[in-house]
Design a binder for this molecule. Sequence first.
Ligand code: NAD
Length: 371
Amino acid sequence: MDSRRDFLQKLGLSSIVLPFVPLSGWAESLIEPETYDGPVLRVAIMGLGGYGSRVADAMQSCVKAKLVGVISGTPSKIKNWQDKYAIPEKNCYNYQNFDQIKDNPDIDAVYVITPNALHHDQVIRVAKAGKHVICEKPMAISPKEGQEMIDACKKANVKLLVGYRMHFEPKTLEVIRMRNAGEFGKVMFFQGQCGFKIGDPTQWRLNKQLAGGGSMMDIGIYAINGSRYMIGEEPMWVTAQETKTNPQIFKEGVDETIQFQMGFPGGAVASYLSSYNINYLDRFFLSGEKGFAEMQPSTGYGPIKGRTHKGELTQPHTTHQTVQMEEMAGIILEGKEPIVPVNGEEGLKDLKIIEAIYLAAKTGKKIPLKL
Ligand code: NAD
């Protein structure tokens, strides 16, 4: 098998007919390894859990980004990762000593993939160590924290990016392209449904101290963020209603199910469902005066499936985290501008909306938004 085919297979593009691959837009980052001699972003992952492992595996197919270090509180995990990814001892840290990363010239950036409430302090420590930061969503658990993280990264002159992998997903980008080209006409309505039945009641996602909330922080954020990139505007107001059927599992401050609505300046209205107690919720619907887009699944690891008034979306599936890390390396090292932002300001907007949704659900009032 030739190396190009091998490389595309690793990215999950094996089913496409290679000579006809349209290498434009999203695919710019899919560089053949042997032809690349540009800069490489050397990344340490902090938090070697479920998602950290997924990112590490996906990074093995990256050309512009390389996993070179780890930060973990569990020595056995560090050892496993060292063996699996050939990570040298000098690039391994724990949560007590990772400030010393500032003296390590072989690490450019740290990807923070820990429970939500830890992001704030960890990102600020990484920034103070002079390294670029990629932080998982939600970037923090309050707008105040998010702003402090942005300020710390600015002060330290390092980049802060948030792990919004859908911002690089080919079918999603095609819908955004169609909207920008006016193919849907005036956008009138968006519907976003994101949720699943959460399992183990002892997990950190159900602990307010570590999660900062419930389904909204974890999965509802995809619907919020999705409506912003699908409609291409910032919402002006929000209303919300919460339903809690099991207060033993979903304790005070941990939302189980929230329905909410937002209004956008161009006249579009949007309706959403975020839940930790309903399965198979992964759907976006956009309706304009001249057309529609429907994605289901819309934000899972893929393949994303979708159709518009013109027919099926046929852009090939890519491993989201591989493309994300290639693109983020381009942003950090080459000043590349993504089609949809992934910076701290983008993450902060979602936190402001989540705060307003919680307030709307609590008070029953329509809450104005200033993003
Ligand atoms: P996880 O529980 O699988 O992993 C979390 C890791 O953090 C574990 O290795 C754990 O040991 C470590 N950790 C460090 N300090 C901890 C503490 N005090 N308490 C608990 N764990 C601690 O969780 P995950 O699914 O990997 O989620 C981590 C982050 O990634 C979250 O912010 C989540 O929202 C985000 N995430 C993003 C996506 C995505 O598609 N972008 C998907 C899943 C998770």
